[in-house]
Write a protein that binds this ligand. Structure first.
Ligand SMILES: [Fe+2]
Length: 179
């Protein structure tokens, strides 16, 4: 189930909005320039399929998205419980940062929280299977898929150097753990 929690950045734990309605999530995020949408999942695809099969299954969606966004390519990342590399990856994701290109992600399975900090508010978007989110260039955010992630995610991008996190040094993410 997708969920959005919006909290003033001065009042951790006291959200002003909490919704599981995908239309309200999309409208609320669109008002601050963040794209969120739900895609219909092809019945044929398993989250454990090989990456080429997954990309082929989503090709019509990806072509449309790339045509609109100008992003050049897509790949697949699978995070599974027990992944030895994940704890160090999680540390990089979980502090507030920005990127030099949009961070576009689609959840083929599982879920995770993209938490955005803009206009004096913290927008915690718990994304789940079927959700697309695009964090715009320069928007402060962090990400958490929990201690034991289990997700298959499409990444849409132009240049992998855009993934480099530019940390803000603001410790705010500790005050707003994934909801
Ligand atoms: Fe990021």
């Amino acid at each position: 189930m997708s969920r959005l929690t919006v909290t003033p950045d001065t009042t951790p734990g006291a959200p002003e909005l909490r919704t599981e309605d995908p239309a309200v999530i999309a409208e609320t995020l669109a008002r601050v320039g963040v794209r969120f949408e739900r895609w219909e999942l092809p019945v044929s695809v398993s989250p454990d399929s090989d990456n080429e099969t997954i990309l082929a299954a989503f090709r019509p969606h990806l072509d449309r998205l790339m045509g609109e966004s100008g992003a050049g390519t897509a790949d697949v990342i699978k995070l599974r419980p027990g992944n030895e590399a994940y704890p160090s990856m999680r540390k990089k994701f979980i502090d507030e940062h920005t990127h030099t290109e949009d961070e576009v992600r689609f959840f083929v399975s599982g879920g995770g929280n993209f938490i955005l900090h803009l206009d004096g508010r913290v927008y915690d978007a718990h994304c789940s299977k079927g959700d697309l989110i695009s964090v715009p260039t320069g928007v402060k955010h962090w990400f958490d898929a929990g201690e034991q992630p289990n997700c298959t995610v499409l990444r849409v991008f132009t240049d992998t150097t855009g993934w480099t996190p530019h940390y803000t040094g603001d410790p705010i993410s500790a005050l707003f753990p994934a909801a």
